[in-house]
Structures are given as C-alpha cells and as structure tokens.
Write a protein that binds this ligand. Structure first.
Ligand SMILES: NC(=O)c1ccc[n+]([C@@H]2O[C@H](COP(=O)([O-])OP(=O)(O)OC[C@H]3O[C@@H](n4cnc5c(N)ncnc54)[C@H](OP(=O)(O)O)[C@@H]3O)[C@@H](O)[C@H]2O)c1
Length: 267
C-alpha cells in the first residue's frame, strides 16, 4: 500500500485519480478546500481512514509549507498528484494583479510549497514521485486564457528546475531491476559476471521524480457550453488521462518532463 498526496481530489481529474488509488488499495491524503464536499464524496473511505481530507485553500499559500510539515508528518508520502486548478476566460486588459495572483497561487506556488515540504519530510531511502497536472495551454498560448497559460507554463518550468536540482550529481538510485541482477549473478565467468552486474546497476531507476502531465480537454468538458458556442473540442477520455498519470508516476526513468496528451494536430 502506498500513500498518495492529492490536491483537487473532490472533483474531475483529481477525484478520478483518488478513486483509482482507493481501488488499488492505496491511501489518499487530500488537500481540499471544502471538507463537506470531501465528506459527501468520500464518506465511507474517510470513516475507514483510506481517504484523509486536510482542509487547505490553495488560493493562499503563505502557510502551506508549515501546514504540510505539521500535517503530513505522520504519513510516508510516496506519490503526489497536484490537480487543483481553475481557469478564467478574460481579455488581456482585464487580466489584472488579482487574477494573476490567484492563478499562480493555486497552480504554481502551491506546487512549490508542497514539493519543498515533501522533500524536507522525505527519508533517505524513500522513493518519491510527483506529477503536476498542467495543460496543453502551457504550450499553445490561448488569447482568452492567458493567465492560465502562463501559470501552466510556469508549472512545466518548475518541474524541469526541480528535476535538475534533485537529479544532478550522484543521487541515490533505486535498486537495480531484480531480474537483471539475478541473471548477472548467475553468470559463471567472473569477468562477464562483473560486467553484467555493472550493466544491471547502471539500469537503476530514479528515486526522486517530478513531471508535468498536460492533457487536452477531458470528456468532463461542459457540453452545454460547447454546444452554445458551436465548438467541437478534441476530448480525451478520463480513463486515458488517469492511466497516463499513474503510468508516469510509476515510470522510474522519466523525470523533469512535460508530457503532452493531445488528439488535436492544431495544438
Ligand atoms: N479537465 C480538463 O480537460 C483539463 C485539461 C487540461 C488540464 N487540466 C488541469 O487539470 C487539473 C484538474 O482539472 P479538472 O478538470 O479536474 O478541474 P475541476 O473538476 O474543476 O477540479 C478542480 C479541483 O481543484 C480544486 N481547487 C480549485 N481551486 C482550489 C483552491 N483554491 N484550493 C483547493 N482546491 C482548489 C477544486 O476544489 P473543489 O472540489 O472544492 O471545487 C477541484 O477539486 C487542473 O489543474 C486543470 O487546469 C484539466
């Protein structure tokens, strides 16, 4: 059983990820702004202790680092999915300080404070994999959602930056793949055996990983809005997005990347 830290777990992609964790027997610690909503969605799991809601509004993160140090201490967080977010459709001339501040607080500053706390709380041999749900908007600048695009691009950059810090130099790695090591150790010739063990050890994965996952619209997109506007957006099924996030979390060889999942060649 692993313990996941998830933001945005009470709706959309974050909720689907939380349900996937629970289905596979993992525990979810969720930073939620609305505990009543968490109770209404995950009542039985809260009672069972498999879903632990911690109340925090990620629109204001001045205290988030200290909050995480205090409230996450009892848990060994091995996986983190940052899904909390929102978008605003606005003209450039209306995109003011307040919009930008809330946008960056919710998407970027929250991520930075959580990552700092997770790295501080982490024990030496403890594997940690983080996925920040970004958006294709970080690559395709959309005129009407400029603040959102900027925040998502910052998340992608932050992921590259953190990866560079945590994975430059001689970082401790995961144990080498067990089957390769066993094959190598079974080789009779000592020179060949030493070579094969060296090769197996070189294939050890990264103990600390952080990536961004950038989906295009999922099928939870508002149908009435799309119909009203006469737009046909490309959609990715929610299960594909969730599967992609979990595959990325578990891939021991990917860190510092921004993975785009897109079925629209125009982007
Ligand atoms: N859906 C898509 O097609 C799509 C495409 C690309 C990227 N994304 C990104 O994926 C992430 C999840 O999107 P979604 O579609 O699942 O959105 P969603 O259904 O609207 O869910 C957003 C979640 O974020 C939480 N949240 C928002 N502001 C918060 C705050 N200040 N403090 C704490 N929690 C807050 C919400 O909490 P409440 O439950 O309390 O409202 C909700 O649980 C977002 O970052 C979004 O930008 C989504």
């Amino acid at each position: 059983m692993k313990t996941f830290l998830i933001t945005g777990a009470t709706s959309g992609i974050g909720e689907a990820c939380a349900r996937q964790c629970l289905a596979q027997g993992d525990q979810v610690v969720a930073l939620c702004r609305n505990l009543e909503k968490a109770q209404s969605k995950f009542g039985p799991e809260i009672a069972a202790g498999t879903f632990v809601p911690l109340q925090y509004d990620l629109g204001h993160n001045a205290d988030l680092f200290a909050f995480c140090l205090e409230h996450l201490k009892p848990y060994t967080i091995e996986r983190c999915i940052h899904c909390a977010g929102f978008t605003v459709v606005q003209k450039l001339t209306s995109t003011n300080y307040d919009t930008l501040q809330k946008m960056f607080e919710t998407h970027v500053f929250s991520l930075a404070e959580m990552v700092r706390a997770l790295l501080r709380l982490r024990k030496v041999d403890h594997e940690l994999s983080i996925v920040a749900v970004s958006s294709v908007a970080s690559h395709a600048l959309s005129m009407s959602t400029g603040a959102y695009c900027m925040a998502k691009a910052s998340m992608d950059y932050y992921v590259r930056f953190v990866n560079k810090l945590i994975n430059s130099g001689k970082q401790k790695r995961l144990p080498p793949p067990a089957h390769l090591l066993a094959q190598a150790e079974a080789i009779a010739d000592p020179v060949e055996r030493e070579r094969a063990i060296f090769m197996a050890q070189a294939q050890s994965g990264l103990m600390l990983r952080i990536n961004a996952y950038n989906p295009i619209e999922t099928a939870i997109f508002d149908y009435d809005f799309a119909k009203d506007q006469g737009i046909m957006l490309p959609l990715i099924p929610m299960e594909v997005v969730v599967e992609g996030i979990f595959d990325l979390l578990e891939n021991q060889y990917i860190s510092g990347q921004s993975i785009v999942v897109n079925n629209d060649a125009a982007y």
